[in-house]
Write a protein that binds this ligand. Structure first.
Ligand code: GLU
Length: 560
């Protein structure tokens, strides 16, 4: 068979060669100097999830932390893997870019982030790279390393059924590939003339060596030496539509875009032997692979580890964090704790350092499933928010409210008031840690705003309704907004004693028959009247922020 002639028959329109593309997209200067080039290759399905962010963090850190010998940093680019057009969702690319930007991840180049398709730049949408892939497929055909396959759906189903019945590996390999591998030029020509659809398959070298199965060895940066049986399948590299499969697109794109490190999910590990064979067939050097661990969580019901699921776990979607109002720094900090086992230790030693100073390494990544835990994220978030100045937090909250709680947004525009609220208890020796994420923060501080103020709790059972009214009446009568904290508390003590409650809670505990209750119960009545709830930061401080008018109005309202 004259393979060159076959290649011309199949790809008459392809006039560029792999060498042309090598020249068009030469080695990058920074990569030549040792910098790391990474990419994110999402499909534009409209759903951007935690796994994307998790991978993007690794990509971003690896590239931006690295430097070429001349000091130029590495490159992190965005490639849209849209070869499966059934999954394309309008606006999905913007969603990807904006969602990642929110978390502080920006691309140096790629779809929508630079000048896509500008002169001399590779197209970053796989759907625009058809002729490039085809030039490389044409080369493989011309070398007898790939061939057209005309197996129909029915034939494929028959082969599959036969293999399943015989408990053999499914797919097109060995004797199942024979028929199409050995078509003559004339047969191919006749099939094409008859309009029969076909795909292009790799002619696998198989994996049988003189001593049995041949293995591939890959040094994965996260997993170390990975050894697997070599590929023996004649995998499809170009579909009937002329569009490449993931396998082929990955090999060509990561080569021509000069990716040095391919960071991708563990689900791709299985196909590694295919990729290695493809690189070899094309005479190209594979990149360094980093297969990240799947994100797991402990199932609430069973207590077992399982993969995060789109259906069951809202926290898988990145939108969740924006809607709830998690601060991007908190999410970033948390992801680093699951990504690098030494991050927490580093953070303890460097509590105030910028997160980007942490030296991220693939060696410290766990190859077993990474455990995602919202409670842990919340704990970290409390610490992170404590370090963000209250006025910045106020801006963050307002921005969140404008998008997700628009009715409350105008209230939050009084920045001075909001900043004071957010500052409560922050400078104490043991600072309060009640702020976690915007939605929770808003609920937590909502009583500061009359529009959201509601009495949420009942007064303690130790206090009868009549006493409650009397407590509030006396409180209002003696209230002086300029009292300092101790003067203020002294007045509560007086009311407590006058009405037959114990000024010291422990006295009430010891002699419950001698008192109606204690100062704690009396204070709770006041707390509920002013804040609507029995748990809150210090009442005196809150009243100072609320202002005299609000305090008096809320109490008068209850006295009737
Ligand atoms: N398009 C693939 C995905 O959505 C990318 C895999 C890779 O990074 O190579 O998972």
């Amino acid at each position: 068979m004259d393979y060159n002639k076959l290649a011309e028959l199949l790809f008459p329109q392809i006039d560029k060669t792999p060498e042309d593309y090598e020249a068009m997209f030469p080695q990058r200067q920074n990569a030549a100097g040792g910098a790391v080039i990474t990419r994110l290759g999402p499909s534009p399905t409209g759903f951007i999830h935690l796994g994307n962010l998790y991978g993007a963090f690794v990509d971003e850190r690896l590239a931006h932390q690295s430097k070429a010998a001349d000091g130029t940093p590495g490159t992190f680019y965005l490639r849209i893997e849209d070869t499966d057009d059934k999954r394309y969702v309008e606006g999905a690319v913007d969603t990807i870019i904006n969602s990642l930007k929110f978390f502080g991840i920006t691309f140096d180049e790629g779809a929508g982030c630079g000048q896509p398709d500008a002169d001399g730049e590779p197209p970053y949408y796989q759907s625009k790279r058809g002729p490039i892939y085809q030039a490389f497929v044409k080369r493989l055909v011309s070398q007898g390393k790939a061939y057209p396959c005309f197996l129909t759906e029915e034939e494929l189903a028959d082969i599959r059924a036969q293999q399943e019945a015989a408990k053999e590996t499914t797919g097109i390999y060995g004797k199942y590939a024979e028929k199409n591998r050995s078509l003559t030029y004339e047969e191919v020509e006749a099939n094409i003339a008859a309009g029969k659809p076909y795909v292009i398959r790799l002619k696998s070298k198989g994996n049988q060596g003189p001593d049995g199965v041949v293995y591939i060895h890959v040094n994965d940066e996260i997993r170390g030496d990975v050894s697997m049986p070599a590929n023996d399948q004649d995998v499809i590299i170009l579909k009937a539509s002329g569009i490449p499969t993931y396998h082929f697109a990955h090999v060509i794109d990561d080569h021509l875009m000069r990716t040095t490190h391919v960071v991708r999910g563990e689900e791709w590990l299985m196909s590694l032997p295919i990729h290695i064979e493809l690189f070899e067939a094309l005479g190209l050097e594979p990149p360094i692979y980093c297969h990240t661990a799947v994100l797991m969580k402990l199932d609430d019901e069973t207590g077992n580890k399982r993969k995060l699921s789109k259906r069951k776990d809202p926290e898988l979607s990145l939108d969740y964090y924006r809607q709830e109002g998690y601060h991007p720094q908190a999410v970033k900090e948390y992801l680093l704790t699951i990504l690098n086992s030494n991050f927490e230790e580093w953070r303890m030693a460097n509590p105030d350092a910028d997160i980007d100073e942490f030296e991220f390494t693939t060696e410290k990544m766990n190859s077993a499933g990474a455990l995602f835990d919202l409670n842990k994220l919340n704990d970290i978030s409390k610490d992170v928010l404590l370090k963000i100045p209250a006025d910045e937090l106020a801006d963050f909250l307002l921005e969140w409210a404008r998008e997700f709680k628009p009715k409350a947004a105008p209230l939050l525009e009084d920045k001075e008031y909001l900043t004071k609220i957010l500052n409560i208890g922050r400078d104490d020796a043991k600072p309060r840690k009640d702020l976690i994420y915007a939605k929770q923060i808003f609920d937590f501080i909502s009583y500061f705003y009359d529009e959201y103020f509601v009495i949420e709790e009942r007064i303690p059972e130790q206090v009868c309704d009549e006493d409650a009214k009397e407590i509030l009446k006396r409180y209002l009568d003696t209230y002086d907004h300029s009292d300092d904290q101790s003067q203020w508390f002294e007045k509560i003590r007086t009311i407590t004693a006058d009405l037959g409650y114990a000024v010291k809670p422990k006295d009430y505990k010891k002699h419950p028959d001698e008192y109606k209750g204690s100062v704690a119960h009396v204070s709770t009545v006041i707390r509920i009247a002013v804040m609507g709830r029995s748990q809150s930061p210090d009442v005196w401080t809150i009243q100072q922020i609320l202002g005299e008018d609000k305090v008096r109005a809320r109490i008068s309202e209850l006295i009737g």
